[in-house]
Design a protein around this ligand. Structure first.
Ligand SMILES: Cc1cc2nc3c(=O)[nH]c(=O)nc-3n(C[C@H](O)[C@H](O)[C@H](O)COP(=O)(O)OP(=O)(O)OC[C@H]3O[C@@H](n4cnc5c(N)ncnc54)[C@H](O)[C@@H]3O)c2cc1C
Length: 340
């Protein structure tokens, strides 16, 4: 276990925002977490942080940040159709996906290049190109910081929703590892009908072929590279806002003024792309000193250099207010403000 005091978090959040935390602890697994429990670390202010790809630090964090450094992968079950793999929370999700693809294990290729730890993937129920973590997560192993016990939660118990899970409302659980059910050749369930994924694949691709997972991963990498800023170059947390889900009456009202407005029927209403609303309100590519709205994707707020969390948050609040004024719709952040 490694412990740092007055730790600088600039390199631990993809916005690249400077902020200090009182203590930063890299832990390797359950035994370390038990030790921290015995030391009463969880009786005071604390939080789990993976890659910090969905966090906005507004000021210093007066508490302890714990960060998993556990990186083991174990195959728990295997048959000719699929396999069950347990991956530790500290693994970089895309490293795992790259390895899965090269092993011919299918199910997560559409999630390629999402900046995330494996531990945060079920917390956020990360999703891209028609696939979400919930589609492959079979069980999640957690440490309960209230009593120092461990628990295993089934997919159903995780209560997955759109960028949501039981873990969001229950931060007392630290994800230790995740069990993922992945498919083997001839049993892959490919998801190609989201956005321009299918048209980005080579015209002569064989969907039964050996290279199909790699072709899909490569296409996703290309699309994302064209559309999203690389946190190594431009600080961001990806989509800053969630897509609002509204009643049909709201859709009908807006269609009068915006007949080309995109909207999608969901179980609980109609989803309107927040990026479309933000673009229509004129924010795309807008720059405000240290912060801006990414010119290729208006859902993404970026650190143009030297931004504080407050600069980003102020811009976000201005966007929320303008969408409310123009469309009468409330949009809310997907990004987690710390402290909130
Ligand atoms: C350029 C870019 C593109 C992105 N694209 C996508 C996308 O396509 N789809 C998508 O879904 N998201 C996307 N995101 C958002 C981000 O990648 C996800 O939210 C990701 O899951 C965050 O992972 P993390 O490890 O950085 O978690 P963090 O940001 O560190 O934490 C996120 C939440 O998870 C909790 N957490 C972290 N680790 C643990 C743990 N071990 N146990 C319990 N709780 C934990 C934290 O407390 C926090 O509440 C993007 C972000 C960026 C910067």
């Amino acid at each position: 276990m490694k412990e740092y005091k007055n730790y600088q978090l600039k390199g631990n959040n993809t916005f690249g925002i400077p902020a200090l935390c009182d203590k930063f602890i890299g832990y390797a697994g359950v035994n370390d977490l038990k030790e921290l429990y015995e030391q009463h670390v969880f009786d005071k202010q604390w939080m789990s942080v993976g890659c910090g790809a969905n966090l906005l630090f507004c000021g210093d964090y007066h508490g302890t940040i714990i960060h998993s450094t556990a990186k083991e992968i174990h195959i728990l079950e295997e048959n000719e159709k699929n396999l069950l793999v347990r991956a530790d929370a500290g693994i970089i999700l895309d490293d795992f996906i790259a390895q899965a693809v090269s092993n011919g294990w299918g199910g997560m290729e559409n999630l390629s290049a999402i900046p995330s730890s494996v531990g945060a993937a079920p917390v956020q129920n990360v999703g891209a190109y028609g696939v979400e973590a919930k589609d492959v997560v079979e069980r999640v192993h957690v440490f309960d910081t209230r009593d120092g016990s461990t628990r295993t939660l089934s997919n159903e118990e995780c209560k997955f929703g759109y960028r949501d899970s039981l873990f969001k409302a229950n931060p007392q659980y630290v994800v230790i590892s995740v069990e993922l059910r992945l498919t083997k050749a001839k049993n892959h369930q490919l998801h190609l009908d989201y956005g321009n994924l299918r048209s980005s694949l080579p015209a002569d691709i064989s969907l039964e072929g050996e290279d199909v997972l790699k072709e899909i991963r490569d296409a996703v990498l290309r699309i994302r590279h064209d559309k999203l800023p690389d946190p190594a170059d431009i600080g961001s947390a990806g989509s800053f806002f969630k897509n609002p889900v509204v009643d049909r009456s709201v859709v009908d009202r807006l269609l009068i003024d915006y007949p080309k407005m995109p909207f999608y029927e969901m179980e609980n209403g109609y989803k309107i792309p927040a990026g479309w609303l933000i673009e229509q309100a004129g924010w795309k590519g807008m720059k405000r000193e240290t912060v801006g709205v990414y010119e290729k994707q208006s859902l993404v707020l970026v650190n143009l250099g030297g931004a504080t969390g407050y600069d980003v948050w102020d811009l976000a609040q201005s966007i929320v207010a303008s969408i409310q004024e123009k469309f009468g719709i409330g949009i809310s952040p997907e990004v987690i403000k710390v402290p909130n």
